[in-house]
Design a protein around this ligand. Structure first.
Ligand code: HPA
Length: 305
């Protein structure tokens, strides 16, 4: 929650400092906060000064809310530079707070970005995946952010998610990519598997998620998607593939190798690859400009409604 040493600004005071209320909300994942450089008339507010916000503890994430105008038509947007994850120890109310605030500021559409690991060789590192569905094991086992008493009688008790990923917004992502003259391989479509983290997947877990139908895996976003749908916002999720999840289809048998070694053969132990946060941040840095220009172009294409 907010630090006790910094003054806490009530939202009314915050709002007095921005010129236009935002129409589009953006959540920036690991390494993607450079998006703020696209904003004109920017007002940045540290989460520590905003009532109800937590403090993001993840390296590579800022802890700021940024208001500003984006694109040639100066679309008013609000961007979360850094987000909150359950694995940091944040409660669902904190993890989804930014989305709930966006709704109350008048936002209609949210663009949520994240870094993710690829579960298939068809989607290499550097690809941006436009998410069309999700597989959220934590949601199915009691970690749904809306588990528990209703926050308001206005919310639906049962949140439909069959239509969570707006076809209208997803279409704009592919149009934007075309207008930016990106290669057609720059963007893919797929299903996001949400895992609670913070450990990266074992090979068996990666294979399990792949075989269950997911294309990418990450530790964020889905609580925000659920809250956004509960708030009746339209949602688009863009996952930047920062690493591949190692999924060997066959394992070398150490038992057989030791037997070969004992029979006099030279054997080398297999080198084991694994994901790391440094790799995730490095790909994020390399692709931040691509993601920034894509989001900016999408924002220009979203019609005011
Ligand atoms: N697994 C889970 N979360 C991630 C990964 C991954 O490989 N890469 C970035 N976020």
């Amino acid at each position: 929650m907010s630090s006790s040493t910094t003054p806490v600004l009530p939202f009314a005071q915050t709002l007095a400092t921005i010129s236009r209320l935002p129409r589009i909300g953006i959540v920036c994942g690991s390494g993607l906060s450079t998006l703020v450089s696209s904003l004109k008339n920017v007002v940045q507010l540290p989460y520590s000064q905003l009532q109800g916000f937590g403090e993001s503890t993840v390296v590579g994430q800022k802890s700021m809310l940024a208001f500003g105008l984006m694109g040639k038509d100066n679309v008013p947007v609000v961007a979360m530079l850094g987000r909150f994850h359950p694995y940091e120890g944040h409660k669902p109310i904190v993890v989804t707070y930014g989305i709930r605030i966006m709704k109350r500021l008048g936002v209609k559409d949210v663009i949520i970005t994240n870094a993710a690991g690829s579960l298939t060789p068809d989607i290499p590192v550097g690809t941006i995946v436009v998410i069309r569905d999700h597989l959220a094991l934590p949601n199915l086992t009691g970690m749904n952010p809306s588990f528990g008493p209703l926050m308001s009688q206005e919310y639906a008790r049962f949140i439909p998610l069959g239509d969570a990923y707006s076809p209208r917004l997803r279409r704009l992502a592919f149009l934007a990519s075309h207008y930016l003259k990106f290669d057609s391989s720059a963007l893919a479509e797929g299903t996001y598997a949400w895992v609670a983290g913070p450990a990266y997947e074992t090979p068996a877990e990666g294979r399990f998620l792949r075989d269950a139908g997911a294309h990418v895996v990450g530790m964020s976003t889905i609580p925000e998607v659920v809250a956004a749908r509960e708030e009746k916002l339209e949602v688009m999720v863009l996952s930047l593939v920062t690493n591949t999840v190692v999924i060997p289809d066959t394992y070398r048998s150490i038992k057989a190798e030791v037997e070969a070694e004992l029979a006099g053969q030279h054997v080398e132990l297999p080198s084991m690859e694994t994901a790391s946060h440094e790799e995730v941040l490095e790909t994020g840095r390399q692709k931040a400009e691509v993601m920034r220009s894509l989001v900016e172009r999408i924002v220009e294409l979203v019609p005011a409604n």
